[in-house]
Design a protein around this ligand. Sequence first.
Ligand code: UT7
Length: 336
Amino acid sequence: MYNSKISGLGYYVPDHVVSNDDLTQLMDTSDEWIQERTGIQERRWVKPGSGETTSSMGVKAAKIAIERAGIDKNEIDFIVFATLSPDYYFPGPGVTVQKELGIKTVGALDVRNQCSGFVYGLSVADQFIKTGMYKHVLVIGSELHSHGLDKTTRGRGVSVIFGDGAGAAVLSRTEDTTKGILSTHLHSEGEHAEELSLIAPGMGKRWVTDILADNSEQDESYYPYMNGQFVFKNAVVRFSEVIMEGLNKNELTPQDIDMLIPHQANLRIAQFIQKKFKLSDDQVYNNIQKYGNTTAASIPIALTEAWEKGKIKEGDTVVLAAFGSGFTWGSAIIKW
Ligand code: UT7
């Protein structure tokens, strides 16, 4: 058996900064409301007409991660791409990344687990490496939310939260089984699938012909829906459970955590977890203030930033944890 370790990290966010005050030009909201409820001060949205896509941002993050891993792109054995905002309904962006990077015909898998997509993707990559099947797996989380949000007052409960961006990690084989990804823990509860969902253009509820025939501006099914308070209540419980599950599995306690990178859903959720586990500010990394909630991209962006700032050092215990639509949630315990 081998372990997998993160050998390279990268992220990319569009230049275009959208402040809370900018949003007040589009809808009835305020900087005060957004900061108080979410902690968000600004987010990045791709400039309309820039041609930026979920896969193009993913490619930019991936190039940095591959370079930092010190490998040639042709050493990548497999691609895992997590997103809820693919360029096309199908095929998923994994194959676009394969093409854009000019990587030989390696497999490309698309993961549809929304906010926990990166942790799910990391877990899949980890299993492939642990069993010896692959040596280097590229895992990307990328989202282009801004094209799909309802930017009117009707959609303000959702649209002020989400931002665009991408993060990537290269996972590489190591023979030192005391290092790297120690364990991953994945869960779901499909009973609550519709509490945070985008119904159209799924084929489950209506046929495309019906949707086209309706052709109604009042049709909200093309916009994401979130039962915010219900999601919040579930998030704080599941985050806590899945972090503890990972720590227990590795005979660790919250005080052993050197760096917790929670999915950047809401600063209040991260602060609740920090308080519950009695963690200091140095033990938790948040950047939702600058980027909003970038769903599958939020953990790899935050992880890369924390690493770039020297907040993660060799030998550190790093915990990743996510919760979101599905509901799905998960954690990863990493010895750096
Ligand atoms: O990443 C995936 C996981 N996602 C999460 O974990 C998110 C979890 N949920 C949340 O973060 C919070 O529920 C939100 C930030 C989404 C919303 O905060 P809230 O404190 O739960 O607000 P609410 O939805 O209960 O709305 C409170 C009030 C409502 O007005 P009334 O009915 O009290 O008059 C809303 O209409 O705030 C109003 N409101 C807004 N006002 C100004 C909702 N959105 C806005 C807005 N600006 N953007």
